[in-house]
Design a protein around this ligand. Structure first.
Ligand SMILES: [Mg+2]
Length: 226
């Protein structure tokens, strides 16, 4: 039976959050220049509320924003916002410097590599391709394909099936305890938390169940344990 390492994408392989913020601010600034009657802080706050309400995979945040401000959608402003958001995001899209060396190392150790991601399939593939990572992964499994999100067992089971692995020989690496780690533990996989820290409640949860979880500040430290 082959051994496999599965990765989350956002904020695990690359810095999503930092770039998304810059891209949103740039989009707002262009929209204000074109007539959106809000201050930069007001507009950013409103956009964040809309994203929180609709979810980050919803693709009409700027439509909702103009509707709320003007009482109707403003196509020019929406298009300006969307174009600026995407251009800035892709201009700044960068891997964590340790991502590729880590993936190469894991391959050299005989691991099959896969992705388990909550998101829209084509959007997640687009990120992997733009980041030059798609050749590393044997399987890319998204919540859109499976119909459920991490931490649901079903998405992990489908990933294991497609990879031809069992849970005991597989490891999940991600930055979200509630999605990546709980889901993996639930199905019997090992898990490693990266780019994140455990809260008090999470530490307690693990202690009560006698689970030893590796928490790494940096993806590169995986070399020390795998
Ligand atoms: Mg993530």
């Amino acid at each position: 039976m082959s051994k496999a390492v599965f990765f989350d994408i956002d904020d695990t392989l690359y810095d999503t959050s930092g770039f998304a913020k810059l891209a949103r601010k740039a989009a707002i600034s262009v929209m204000i220049d074109a007539g959106l009657p809000l201050s930069s802080d007001e507009a950013y706050k409103l956009l964040r509320e809309i994203i929180k309400e609709k979810g980050s995979n919803y693709d009409k945040h700027f439509n909702v924003l103009t509707k709320q401000v003007f009482g109707e959608e403003k196509p020019l402003l929406i298009a300006l916002g969307m174009i600026t958001y995407h251009n800035v995001k892709f201009a700044l899209l960068r891997l964590f410097p340790e991502t590729i060396p880590t993936l190469i190392y894991l391959k050299s150790q005989g691991y099959h590599l896969g992705v388990i991601s909550n998101g829209i399939t084509i959007k997640q593939w687009e990120k992997l391709i733009r980041l030059g990572l798609h050749h590393f992964f044997d399987e890319v499994i998204t919540s859109e394909e499976v119909g459920v999100e991490k931490p649901d067992k079903k998405i992990f089971q489908q990933a294991l099936d497609r990879m031809g692995c069992n849970a005991e020989n597989s490891i999940m690496i991600g930055n979200k305890f509630s999605e990546d780690i709980l889901g993996a533990i639930d199905i019997g996989m090992d898990a490693i938390l990266v780019n994140s820290e455990l809260s008090r409640e999470e530490k307690l949860f693990l202690k009560e169940r006698n689970i030893e979880l590796e928490v790494l500040p940096n993806l590169q430290d995986i070399k020390k344990i795998l």
